[in-house]
Ligand binder design. Structure first.
Ligand SMILES: [Zn+2]
Ligand SMILES: [Zn+2]
Length: 174
């Protein structure tokens, strides 16, 4: 897939490549996620999913799996659906918000390797970010996340046809 010809990368590819590079810092054994904040063409922040600094991470202490039940409509019938998540980590998008300033986020774009979960999408929707671009789909939450983005009038774009840099797209458990 990779080409040695001197083709200049477009900005979307450039920033998504950086998000994937950042994701390789993650030590969660279930999922490596990277996110970057971009204002204009300027990189203003990077973050990945992980335990708070100074606290044992998933590779040391194991993932902290929590079960969660959620009302969902499956084949037209409402039912409780069980979901498992690792709650040891702060998600990349949340770390990005913790490490950037509100004023820098106004009207900005976030590139994130994975489609945000509901909680991250909800926080991003209230963060000043104007556009979210992701690569890997996260179907579990995508219906309500898409609805939220539409309600909020945020640009929400799936980068299809994108290929991450070699050896950066390691781990994604469902
Ligand atoms: Zn984990
Ligand atoms: Zn999340």
């Amino acid at each position: 897939m990779s080409s040695t010809t001197n083709v200049r990368k477009d900005w979307d590819t450039y920033f998504m490549d950086i998000a994937y590079m950042v994701s390789t810092r993650s030590r969660c054994t279930r999922r490596h996620v990277g996110a970057v904040l971009v204002q204009g063409k300027k990189l203003l922040g990077t973050a990945y999913n992980g335990a708070p600094s100074g606290v044992p991470d998933c590779s040391e202490a194991g993932c902290m799996i929590a079960e969660q039940y959620e009302l969902a409509v499956v084949d037209g019938v409402e039912q409780m659906v069980k979901k498992e998540r690792c709650i040891r980590t702060i998600h990349a998008e949340q770390n990005l918000l913790l490490f950037t300033d509100r004023i820098d986020r106004e009207g900005s774009t976030v590139y994130v390797t994975d489609q945000p979960c509901w909680t991250c999408a909800n926080m991003l929707a209230n963060s000043g970010v104007q556009e979210i671009i992701y690569h890997r789909a996260y179907p579990k939450d995508s219906d309500k996340v898409n609805w939220l983005m539409e309600q909020k009038g945020l640009a929400f774009r799936h980068m299809t046809g994108y290929v991450p840099p070699d050896q950066t797209a390691g781990i994604t458990a469902p």
